[in-house]
Design a protein around this ligand. Sequence first.
Ligand SMILES: [Zn+2]
Length: 231
Amino acid sequence: MNLKPVQVMVVTPHPDDAEYGVAGTVARWISDGKEVIYVVCTNGDKGTGDANMNPEELVRIREKEQMAAARSLGVREVIFLRHPDQGLEDTPEFRKELVRLIRMYRPETMVTADPYRRYRWHRDHRITGQVTLDAVFPYARDHLSYPDLIKEGLHPHKVREILLWASEDVNYRSDITATFHLKLAALRCHKSQVGHIPTQELEERLRQRQKIMAEGEDFHLAEAFHRVEMR
Ligand SMILES: [Zn+2]
């Protein structure tokens, strides 16, 4: 497999979660010359309060919105796995899909949702985080997992670090003061999700959220993560 590696792979449960979770940091990485890819696990076809919206139409809209958001940030590629929204399961097939992508794109850093957030947490977020962690370690790393992938030229790969957004156990705050406007612009691309919120209000809400995440730091706005170093 002769594919140019990326430095960062973001695995997001639904279209728009990556923008809430990590888009400011993605914008900073890209301005530092890193290549970033998005993997969107579900098709987002339950994400509407509009009783007249048809689910197939919603999938098309949300993929377009996700592409626009990714393009605005400079993300190299977006891969849609199109699992059903609210229907993601921790299956060997889903895990293998992620292992295949990790071995193809060989990222140093993986970013996803923290699966260990307690009580009130979207099932798709919990499963995306859990299966991503499993795919990184041990499955993508070990020679004897998926020998059929090795035959395809997809050799084991060791990810260096994992960043988990929406964590209750934050140990890393990333400075997004300079890229906040890009995060906001990317989030605004998800019109089906945030289009009903007045422009000024969305900006204020997001600014307040990122300000709280920067508490205790000498910068103003942050995205907060639990960071796991893989050694
Ligand atoms: Zn979500």
